[in-house]
Structures are given as structure tokens and as C-alpha cells.
Design a protein around this ligand. Structure first.
Ligand code: PMP
Length: 444
């Protein structure tokens, strides 16, 4: 007997962020086109979260697919130490052309977490190389040097150990807490807590190697927005203390917030920027850590020990690089910019429309993101509303995956007006049901 894909999956697959004891069997997706995914029963789903925020131009986009097909017949992979290749060079050239000014070198890795690991390691070694150099046998700390890292509470920078260490000490890192290195943490800068942040920087600034931040939007931490002004002041202060600034734009890069990079909302430029997710249009895994000339120069030495000893087998994979180049072709077409603006207007309009509803808290929009909290008792990632909303949305042919009771929509830029309206219709019906449930429950 032919087993369904879902039951074969059950026997052999361990899924990410999944409690296998209680989960619904996964849907088997057999193809995708535009903003839609199709399962093995022929049902379609609007991918309203861009498949974990990666997809920009729609699934199986022919321009990207054709570029991949051509490259696969030319060069699929080659070691990236002794060798180089045109897709990697061209991508670096084009990225440096659209990144905020100041970057000079592109370091490739495999995903968002590795892009962050690379950034943290670069910043730590930058200071060792610049101060005492590296001494074999005494690997810890630089006397009088910079051995502290500053991060924001509620941050999420990835699932590897360095990335977890600079992330929030919350549910995602709970099991590993005692294995993570210490960081100095401050809340996101708001007018009310600026004085506290200033004091922390005055106190520890000269001991800090770097500050890592998700500019304006903390994504996995609950789609939290915070204002540019406070962050700019914080970045200015840190810069005057010489602290390296690392912008994690893994999620916010490539137009998600309405500008190509969220750092463009700020006056202060980072020294290091981390990119992934939308980099290849969401087609293949690829990470980029771009650095300024000043950072790069700290690794130049006759002493080979001062080299940056970091690299992955698939560094600068040529297929991933051509996917990124093809995605950038699409991104830079005027139609894409118009779509980003169109989605932005509709998301802002819908946020305003639902903001006064009883069942909604904190309706907000930034660029192509819409988010709000379902006002239903406690907050948090383990809130049961998330899974219930995913299941209800799937029944309506929509894929949403709230972070607990934080509901959000972050669609691919090719989403049509009708598809976006279908998502809004589902959300309004869901809120109607929530409010009538509350009305039934409340004593008259
Ligand atoms: N940084 C940010 C801001 C992210 O949102 C994510 C992923 N959600 C990561 C890093 C890690 O990326 P990846 O899942 O590709 O390792």
C-alpha cells in the first residue's frame, strides 16, 4: 500500500521547533508558485509569512530557477580558500553597491546564525589582533582589553551557541543557559530608559568589544518595533567609546521594513552587517557578514595567527550566489519597489483598521510587516493561540505561524491584492470569533 508523505515523514523526520508528541501531521508540500504553496492533495495555501521570512519574489521563480539550472551545469561548488569564482565576486560587488555606505569586504557563510557567529568572532578577534595579538596557550581575555559584548533583551540572533549567547535568555535558550557566555544586556532604547542605557555605556563602554542589534525590529522576540532615535543615540555613544556595531539584518534586509536595509532609517552606520534569509530570494541557504575596511585591516599581518580562522565547507557556494544575483535582479526592478510600497500601505491601513478592536493589542506595521497581539490573557511564545490560529488559517488556505499570541503577516512581495485581502478577511473573522467568545464568557 502507498503510504502518504505525511506518514512516511512521521517515521523518519525530526522537525525544527516541533513538539512531536502533540503536533498535527505536517502537510506535504509538492510545489509552489507566486505566494502559493500546493500540498499533495491539490490544496493551495497563501504563504503569508514567506516561509520563515525568506521568500521575496514567490516560490520557484523562473528567473532564479533558470539561473540555477545554468550554473549547475557550469560549476556547482568549489573550495573557497585557494579558489574564487565570478558569482561570489559579482555578488559581493553588487551587495556593496546597495548596502549602507562604509562596507568594504564580504565574508560568506551558510545561514543567518553563521552570519552572526562570524560577526561576533570577527569583533572579538579584531580587538585581540589590535591590542595584544594572540598568544598561544593563553586564549582567554586581553588584559585591559575589550571582553564584553552588549546585546538587547528580547533579541534573537540564531540557534548556534554564539548566536544564542547574544540572544534573549528565554524559552529558545532555556535548556542551554549555563553553557552560554555572559553578555551585558539592556532593554531596547526608548525615551524612558535612555538614562539607564547611557549609564551602562559610560560604565562598560571601554570594555565592550561590540554591540549586536536587530535594527528597529526584533523579529523572533515578538515582532517588537522600537524607535530609530534612541537607537541612533545609543549607537553614537557606543561609537565614541570605540565599540564595534553589528547590525543583524538577517530578517530586516532586502526591503522587509520598506527600505532595502533597516539601517537606512538610522544616521549611525554599522561596522559589520549580517545578512541571510531574503539574500537568495529565499531559494538557497547563504549567509553574508560584511565588514568595513577598518575591521578587515585588523586581520592583515605577517603573523599567520592573526588570520580569521573561520570557514564552512560550502562557503560562497556558486549556486547560492547565482540565486542571490538573480534575486537582486528582481529586487531592483521598479515593479518590486512598487510592490513593497503597495504592501506597506495596505499593512499600515489594516493595522489602523483593527487597532481599536477589543481582541487586539499593539497593532503595528513597518514596511511589509503587520503584527499585533491577540488580547487573550497571558503573552508569550507558548501561548496556545498560535497553534490554533495556524490550524484555522490552513483550513482557509492560508499559512500563518504566530509567535505565541503575536500574530503577524510578512508576505512575499509578489502577493496579489486578492491574496492579501484573503489574509485580512481571515484575520478579521478570527478576531470576530475571539470577541464573541469573550462576550459569551463575560457575565452580563
Ligand atoms: N538573526 C535574525 C534577526 C533572525 O531573525 C534569524 C532567524 N529567524 C537569525 C538570525 C538566524 O537565521 P537562521 O535561521 O538562518 O540561522
Amino acid at each position: 500500500m502507498n503510504q502518504s508523505l505525511s506518514s512516511r515523514d512521521e517515521q523518519v523526520i525530526w522537525h525544527p521547533y516541533t513538539q512531536h508528541l502533540r503536533r498535527e501531521p505536517p502537510l506535504a508540500i509538492v510545489r509552489g508558485t507566486g505566494a502559493r504553496l500546493f500540498d499533495d492533495k491539490g490544496r493551495s495555501y497563501i504563504d503569508a509569512i514567506s516561509s520563515w521570512w525568506v521568500n521575496l519574489h514567490g516560490h520557484a521563480h523562473p528567473h532564479i530557477a533558470e539561473a540555477l539550472g545554468r550554473q549547475a551545469l557550469i560549476l556547482e561548488q568549489v573550495i573557497f580558500t585557494s579558489f574564487t569564482h565570478e558569482p561570489a565576486i559579482l555578488l559581493a560587488e553588487r551587495l556593496l553597491g546597495i548596502l549602507p555606505p562604509g562596507f568594504a569586504k564580504v565574508f560568506y557563510s551558510d545561514n543567518g546564525s553563521t552570519a552572526v557567529e562570524v560577526a561576533i568572532k570577527m569583533a572579538i578577534q579584531f580587538w585581540k589582533n589590535r591590542t595584544t595579538g594572540l598568544t598561544n596557550g593563553s586564549p582567554t581575555g586581553t588584559p585591559g582589553g575589550r571582553n564584553k559584548i552588549l546585546a538587547l533583551s528580547h533579541a534573537y540572533h540564531g540557534d548556534t551557541f554564539g548566536a544564542m549567547s547574544v540572544s534573549d535568555r528565554g524559552i529558545f535558550t532555556l535548556a542551554f543557559r549555563e553553557y552560554l557566555f555572559d553578555v551585558v544586556t539592556v532593554d531596547c532604547p526608548h525615551p524612558e530608559n535612555m538614562e539607564k542605557i547611557r549609564n551602562t555605556i559610560r560604565q562598560h563602554g571601554r570594555e565592550m568589544a561590540c554591540f549586536i542589534y536587530e535594527p528597529l525590529l526584533q523579529a523572533a522576540g515578538g515582532m517588537r518595533l522600537y524607535p530609530a532615535e534612541g537607537l541612533d543615540e545609543m549607537l553614537r555613544m557606543l561609537r565614541s567609546e570605540g565599540v564595534l556595531l553589528i547590525a543583524d539584518e538577517v530578517m530586516t534586509g532586502f526591503g522587509r521594513t520598506g527600505k532595502w536595509f533597516a539601517s537606512e532609517y538610522l544616521q549611525e552606520r554599522p561596522d559589520i552587517i549580517c545578512l541571510s534569509k531574503g539574500l537568495t530570494g529565499g531559494t538557497l541557504a547563504l549567509g553574508v557578514t560584511a565588514a568595513t575596511q577598518q575591521v578587515f585591516d585588523a586581520f592583515l599581518s605577517e603573523d599567520r595567527q592573526l588570520s580569521f580562522f573561520h570557514g564552512h565547507s560550502f562557503t560562497a557556494n556558486p549556486l547560492a550566489c547565482v540565486a542571490a544575483l538573480a534575486s537582486m535582479d528582481l529586487l531592483l526592478q521598479p515593479g518590486c519597489r512598487e510592490s513593497i510600497d503597495r504592501i506597506g500601505r495596505r499593512q499600515a491601513g489594516f493595522a489602523a483598521q483593527i487597532s481599536d478592536r477589543r481582541s487586539v493589542r499593539g497593532a503595528r506595521a513597518l514596511g511589509t510587516l503587520l503584527a499585533f497581539e491577540l488580547n487573550d490573557g497571558a503573552d508569550g511564545y507558548l501561548h496556545s493561540a498560535g497553534q490554533a490560529i495556524t490550524a484555522a488559517a490552513l483550513r482557509q488556505g492560508i499559512y500563518l505561524r504566530p509567535l505565541g499570541n503575536t500574530v503577524y503577516c510578512l508576505p512575499p512581495y509578489c502577493i496579489t491584492e486578492e491574496e492579501l485581502s484573503a489574509v485580512y478577511r481571515f484575520l478579521e473573522e478570527m478576531l470576530d470569533k475571539q470577541e464573541s467568545k469573550e462576550a459569551m464568557a463575560s457575565p452580563v
